[in-house]
Write a new protein. Structure first.
Lengths: 344, 160
């Protein structure tokens, strides 16, 4: 791709020399039209290896009519600028359980330089300032470019053998899979960093690698230092549930004696603690021996639930036990369930 | 008969360009083009200075200075002339040293000072033309270039 610049010095003299001038202008026009046709807009800048040509052209009226002369041509090659950025694709901390293996963090590596460039990738799980380190980190390249890690589809990265080569402005999604140690406790965070470095070279901006640029020029380290890094974080979010059961007896004589015919109201308080949530939380309780369940007495947070398991509400009684489906309950909340039996 | 005369005229023009001896006599204006790049150089005292260098290579973002020198080295004045410089597509216009130029933002169809031009975007939207839209730069001389007189035209650009 050559970009031509030509200065045209045109003498205008109305009369006999006109046809020749027209010819010269037409020539200049056609050349510039060609240059416009070869335009490619690029955020990363002019593509490495492009020659910028500058030739001045003069046309004027001399003693024997119009003359066209060319100046010297100045040729300047555009060097490769080595630049890269890395960004975490994870919107925030990734919830993880202690002991979980092959947990995924996601990054995007973008070639912000102006030439085709390969990048060396490194995972760093031993960052300081966090609470624990993940282990057994491996890097995968998002082969199907869907932004989601697919086991068996995406390619395991091996430094030096399949370093991703990116065109100017092109990006690739990268995954790091690592294991959360069993010793990690609720609320602890771990930093996982991806580092990408231009294979041609990196360092102080302005550092030049003679002749190593894409397109035959030099390679010059750009403002990013030709390396980039970004971090994602794991956050251990555990939750536990504690059940406390209590009973209140009211006898048929207005007292609180546990005599046959007396009503026992059982209260179950489920307290969920931790920074995570419990999903699909179900509470069940057997009806004690020598008692009979009083139909339609299940309540959740003071609201009555039906005994039927076929309806939409959370409660049910199957003849031997009551059950309440609480669904997902975040840490820090409680759920209170009551039901009644009579003593046989 | 007319055809023959035209043909002869054309041949004469061709000869003027092709034959070195004739061309030399006609070459009464010399023209040269130079391109410099601004490099920031750190001096021993720690201060930085901007130096102009003649580069072999540049990188996107480099500031270039284009210098077109002209001189009438002949024996007759060159009358009523102008200089046009289509901008290399890899270069964004960054102004001239004297501001006497007119420019085009549409490949050389319409000309004027930048403030008087508009730029039509691909979606048909029209907005005032910007420096980065410039495709051609032209200097119009309203006087003859007398024998022996010379000058230079300077414009700046940034490598895209």
């Amino acid at each position: 791709m050559n970009y031509a610049s030509e200065a045209t010095l045109i003498g205008f003299k109305r009369s006999k020399s006109r046809p020749a001038i027209r010819g010269a202008m037409a020539l200049a026009m056609s050349i510039s039209a060609l240059a416009i046709g070869s335009t490619t807009a690029h955020a990363a800048g002019t593509i490495a290896g492009t020659d910028i040509l500058n030739t001045a052209q003069a046309s004027y009226d001399g003693p024997s009519g119009p003359v066209v002369i060319d100046s010297n041509t100045v040729t300047i090659k555009v060097d490769e600028l080595l630049d890269v950025t890395v960004a975490s694709s994870d919107p925030g901390d990734i919830a993880a359980d202690s002991g979980a293996t092959q947990q995924v963090t996601t990054y995007q590596v973008t070639n912000t330089g102006n030439g085709n460039e390969a990048f060396t990738l490194t995972a760093d799980t031993a960052k300081g300032g966090d609470d624990f380190d993940t282990s057994n980190a491996v890097i995968y390249i998002d082969t199907d470019d869907n932004g989601v890690f697919d086991a068996g589809v995406d390619t395991l990265y091996s430094p030096g053998s399949n370093d991703p080569v990116l065109a100017p402005d092109a990006s690739v999604n990268i995954f790091i899979l690592s294991d959360v140690p069993a010793a990690a406790t609720d609320g602890q965070r771990a930093e996982v960093e991806l580092l990408a470095v231009a294979v041609t070279g990196s360092g102080t901006p302005g550092t030049s690698f003679a002749g190593q640029g894409d397109g035959g020029g030099d390679a010059v380290v750009g403002s990013t230092g030709a390396d980039g890094e970004a971090s994602s974080f794991f956050l251990i979010q555990a939750a536990q549930v504690a059940l406390v059961k209590s009973a209140t007896v009211i006898d048929q004589f207005g007292g609180s004696q546990a005599v046959p015919g007396a009503t026992i109201t059982y209260q179950l308080v489920a307290t969920i603690t931790g920074s995570g949530s419990l999903t699909n939380l179900n509470i069940t309780d057997d009806i004690p021996a020598d008692t009979t369940y009083t139909a339609e007495t299940i309540t959740l947070e003071g609201t009555g639930l039906t005994d039927s398991d076929a309806d939409a509400d959370a409660g049910s009684f199957d003849g031997s036990e009551i059950a309440v489906s609480l669904g997902t309950v975040p840490g820090g909340q409680t759920r209170t369930i009551t039901f009644q039996v009579t003593i046989d | 008969m007319m055809m023959k005369i035209n043909l002869l005229k054309r041949l004469a023009i061709l000869a003027a360009v092709a034959i070195p001896g004739t061309a030399l006599a006609a070459n009464n204006v010399s023209l040269s083009s130079d391109v410099f790049v601004e490099r920031t150089v750190e001096k021993p005292d720690g201060k930085t200075a901007v130096m102009l260098e003649e580069p072999k290579t540049v990188i996107p973002g480099d500031n270039l200075v284009f210098v077109v020198k002209y001189k009438n080295v002949g024996s007759t004045p060159a009358t009523d002339f102008s200089v046009t410089n289509p901008l290399p597509k890899a270069v964004a216009f960054n102004g001239t040293s004297d501001g006497t130029e007119i420019v085009s933002v549409d490949g050389g169809k319409k000309w004027g000072s930048l403030a008087t031009l508009t730029y039509t975007r691909e979606n048909g939207e029209v907005r005032p033309a910007l420096m980065s839209d410039v495709t051609h730069i032209k200097w119009k001389f309203n006087r003859a270039l007398s024998v022996g007189s010379e000058g230079k035209l300077v414009f700046r650009g940034t490598v895209k």
